[in-house]
Design a protein around this ligand. Structure first.
Ligand code: HEC
Ligand code: HEC
Length: 340
């Protein structure tokens, strides 16, 4: 009997010791290794070529639109169009808000509904989409093959593989793998500089992990667990028009769910949500902390979407914390001369 009691006491005290210890902050820091597929390892030639393609408007039908039109480094890798939806070829408006490219290299799924599994798979989609660059690949590949400068650069980057839709996708993906978040005040804090963020931001971080339950979905160094969730942005009628991941496969659990986005550099990526319906972080926080925009009539709302009863002050602190996730812009020279 006595023995048992000692064991219990011992276990109890060791738990207390773990809880009392400083939190392990390493999970909040970006891993230095960037995931790369075996058949497309990063090289300086591939990255440089991908960068030219990314900024080259000749990838679109009428030479007006590049990837950067909608995912521009100066706009936090998104577009900041005043309308909530992406505007592409000939002013055509797409159905969704442009997401950030930042840290896309680490994502298991691309697009709000996760319909692409890799950056390579994703890259050629916008080129041919009629609301984006409207350039069918059957026309684009011959068009690029007429530009001798590109043919030579593809040969250097992918010797013997030619300028094909595969190498085109690989080169663009290589550049995207260099679009990574930089050291934000929060990262400095996580590395031990206790003064790198304000007291309000520290309290916001505690709320984010605790009372506000943001961490239920925005977990880990990239502030997303990669999950798909229905946060109750739309109610019945609207939901019927924007089915989210259900478009990829008609599974009940996928009805109206969208990918949980990163919150890194989130101050730069407004408007927010897949429909770009929200302009401020305050409003986004209120929606996420109060069980969604619609309380009732939402089909398949996530169980983690509950009213967390935050006060105005608490919302402001969570916002302060999110602001600390913004780092300096990537050091990047936007190309002004393109291969001829
Ligand atoms: C007309 C605007 C527009 C153009 C041009 C455009 N995109 Fe996008 N991009 C979007 C929109 C909108 C989405 C989200 C679509 C969705 O989820 O259904 C998106 C999604 C993405 C994603 C997925 C990001 C994520 O977090 O899921 C990547 C990566 C991407 N685009 C890269 C590119 C590349 C590379 C190019 C050039 C070849 C490009 N885009 C051209 C608007 C654009
Ligand atoms: C149930 C999972 C879940 C929880 C809990 C959650 N979020 Fe989200 N969050 C999402 C998803 C999914 C989206 C994208 C939804 C969409 O566009 O349809 C999102 C979007 C956002 C955005 C917009 C980002 C952008 O680039 O568009 C912000 C900001 C945000 N959440 C902050 C928070 C905060 C702060 C909390 C805690 C109060 C929180 N979230 C709680 C899943 C969640």
């Amino acid at each position: 009997m006595l023995k048992k009691l000692t064991v219990v006491v011992f276990l109890f005290s060791s738990c207390v010791a773990v809880l009392g210890a400083d939190e392990d902050m390493s999970k909040w820091l970006r891993p230095s290794e960037v995931p790369q597929p075996k058949n497309n390892k990063l090289t300086p030639e591939r990255i440089e070529l991908g960068k030219l393609l990314y900024f080259d408007v000749r990838l679109s039908k009428d030479d007006t639109i590049s990837c950067a039109t909608c995912h521009h480094p100066q706009h936090g890798w998104t577009d900041e169009v005043p309308t909530s939806k992406a505007v592409g070829y000939d002013g055509r408006v797409g159905p969704r808000n442009s997401p950030v490219i930042l840290n896309a290299a680490y994502q298991r799924h691309q697009f709000w509904d996760g319909r692409a599994r890799s950056l390579e798979q994703q890259a050629t989609g916008p080129m041919s989409a009629d609301v984006e660059m409207n350039m069918p690949l059957e026309e684009l590949i011959p068009k690029l093959n007429k530009i001798q400068g590109y043919v030579a650069l593809f040969e250097k980057a992918y010797p013997g593989e030619g300028l094909t839709k595969e190498t085109l996708a690989k080169a663009v993906a290589s550049f995207e793998r260099t679009v990574l978040s930089t050291e934000s005040p929060f990262d400095k804090y996580a590395r031990g500089d206790k003064n790198a963020i304000s007291e309000d931001a520290k309290e916001g971080f505690a709320l984010f992990k605790g009372k506000a339950h943001c961490i239920d979905c925005h977990d880990g160094w990239n502030f997303t667990d990669g999950s798909f969730q229905n946060i109750g942005l739309n109610d019945g009628e609207l939901q019927g028009k924007e089915l989210g991941r259900y478009n990829v496969k008609n599974r009940g659990a996928w009805y109206g769910v969208f990918k949980t986005p990163t919150l890194r550099d989130v101050t730069k990526s407004y408007p927010y949500f897949h429909d770009g319906s929200v302009k401020t972080l305050e409003e986004a926080t209120v929606i996420c902390a109060s069980g969604g925009r619609y309380e009732n009539g939402v089909r398949n709302k996530s169980d983690a979407m509950k009213d967390r009863k935050l006060t105005h002050e608490e919302v402001a602190k969570v916002v302060e914390f999110m602001k600390s996730l913004t780092g300096p812009d990537i050091d990047l020279k936007i190309p002004t001369k393109f291969p001829q």
